[in-house]
Design a protein around this ligand. Structure first.
Ligand SMILES: Cc1ncc(COP(=O)(O)O)c(C=O)c1O
Ligand SMILES: N[C@@H](CCCC[NH3+])C(=O)O
Length: 454
């Protein structure tokens, strides 16, 4: 498949972009070129940059809703609830959009739980996952009436039992099992093989489930698994779900009640030239394995709902030639998008205003942060941008703004939501005062020297 950059390269100097060079961007059709400029739905990205400054994350509300609809279609007629894994993107306006669309949500901390409740997700559609829930968090979840508490270890089961008894509230739990499946993905985001910290070994699950069923303060309702993230080939799901189904049958064979299976998330997106994940095939696997088993199904997609619904818009500060290389220094950096540095991730980077005829050269797209690892792309063939121009870093809707930091005292990039032809800042850039608002200088420190003496 031709990537956007190679497609752009096909243009002759000075000639308008040929029709077949209009790049098939990840994020299409919601992010697409029209009239020689990159649009988010009906909004030119240059307008967003003008209104909110750069760097800025831009999300298409319709892209998220379409992605949710694609899951609904794939799972049609199954008793399935889509619980968006909000760790991928916890922006309140996006959450509100998904809550209004009737989705559930998967949370991994009391903080996420509170954001989910605030966004309007009912407690009955909240799954509380996570390997290290504290007693305080378990208590908050019980108080909020969370309907699905996913338990990841024997120690956690004991903690839940204790907190539930203390509060006099029955905890509805699912045991997260580790199906020991190796999915082809980056090692830092694989979770379903037994060497990871996640889940309970399949062979230990029956005894723990029975232990829970015997506890008056625990009501085990099902089992959960999540095998990893950015999974493109659906076959590991078949293996994992098959093992889960065997466990469901075994538990029922012991006279235990199982009404729910939580199949986790993990379906990948196209960042570069990956095949598009086959949601229909996924749906068929779920149907084949669980369709006749009389269980309610939960799924927890994160990235596949929001990843290609967002871009990071950035402006070129300088083009620097040094050491035989071309560095495109932009105003976004690793603190805004850490995925390239952390996972060697590829994010497509394209001009907002393609300049046909611009020489295509290998460049490093780097930020202003003082780290050698501060890059968004390395040795990337792209039309050489000019200082002041806008670039869009694609596929930045998932695990981007949520993983950002203020390293180098850089303010968190704002977030803008596009809805058709309108757009709004849904999280603004913090001021310097806001960034330091939590700091305190103890009174035993000498006062700051007067400005003139510094
Ligand atoms: C328990 C759980 N559910 C769901 C997800 C969402 O994964 P993804 O964004 O790959 O769909 C994750 C993250 O990998 C997770 O840990
Ligand atoms: N943060 C990872 C995904 C982690 C999945 C969370 N369980 C990424 O950016 O790809």
């Amino acid at each position: 498949m031709s990537t956007p950059n190679t497609a752009l390269r096909a243009a002759e100097p000075g000639a308008p972009l040929p029709a077949d060079a209009v790049p098939a961007l990840p994020g299409a059709p919601h992010f697409a070129y029209r009239g020689g400029r990159l649009m988010a739905d009906e909004v030119p990205l240059e307008d967003v940059a003008e209104a909110a400054g750069t760097p800025v994350f831009v999300y298409s509300r319709q892209a998220v809703l379409d992605a949710a609809e694609a899951y609904r279609t794939a799972l049609a007629e199954l008793p399935a609830t889509i619980c968006y894994a909000m760790k991928a993107n916890g922006n309140g306006a996006l959450l509100r959009s998904l809550a209004t669309a009737g989705l559930g949500v998967d949370v991994v901390s009391a903080g996420e739980m509170k954001l989910a409740l605030r966004a309007g997700f009912p407690a009955s559609r909240i799954v509380f996952s996570g390997v290290g829930k504290t007693a305080a968090e378990i208590g908050e979840a019980l108080d909020a009436g969370i309907a699905h508490l996913n338990v990841e270890s024997e120690a956690e089961l004991e903690a839940v039992a204790q907190v539930a008894a203390q509060r006099g509230k029955v905890a509805h739990i699912l045991l997260r099992v580790n199906p020991d499946v190796a999915a082809a993905t980056h090692e830092k985001i694989a979770t379903g093989h037994k060497a990871t910290k996640f889940g309970i070994a399949l062979e230990h699950a029956p005894a723990l489930y029975a232990r829970a069923a015997a506890d008056p303060w625990l009501e085990p309702i099902g089992i959960a698994a999540h095998i990893g993230s950015q999974i493109i080939d659906m076959s590991p799901y078949r293996t994992a779900f098959g093992r889960m189904a065997e466990l469901v049958d075994a538990l029922r064979g012991q006279g235990l009640t199982v009404t729910q299976v939580d199949l986790g998330g993990g379906i990948g997106i196209r960042y570069r030239d990956e095949p598009l994940p086959d949601l229909a095939a996924y749906g068929a696997i779920v149907r084949e394995i669980f369709g006749h088993r009389d269980v309610e199904i939960l799924i927890e997609p994160g990235r596949s709902l929001v990843g290609n619904a967002g871009v990071l818009l950035t402006r070129v500060i300088y083009v620097k030639k040094s050491g035989g290389k071309t560095f495109v220094v932009v105003d976004a950096a690793m603190n805004d998008l850490i995925r390239p540095t952390l996972y060697d991730a590829w994010h497509e980077i394209v001009p907002v205003h393609p300049a046909p005829g611009a020489p295509v050269v290998p460049v490093d797209v780097v930020g202003p942060v003082c780290e050698t690892g501060d890059y968004l792309a390395r040795n990337r063939e792209m039309p050489e941008p000019v200082a002041g121009s806008l670039l869009a870093v694609m596929s930045a809707g998932a695990y981007a703004a949520v993983m950002a930091s203020s390293y180098n005292a850089r303010p968190l990039a704002p977030e803008v939501l596009v809805d058709g032809g309108r757009h709004a800042v849904v999280r603004r850039r913090p001021t310097m005062d806001e960034m330091t608002a939590l700091e305190a200088v103890p009174d035993w420190l000498a006062p700051a020297p007067p400005q003139g003496d510094r």
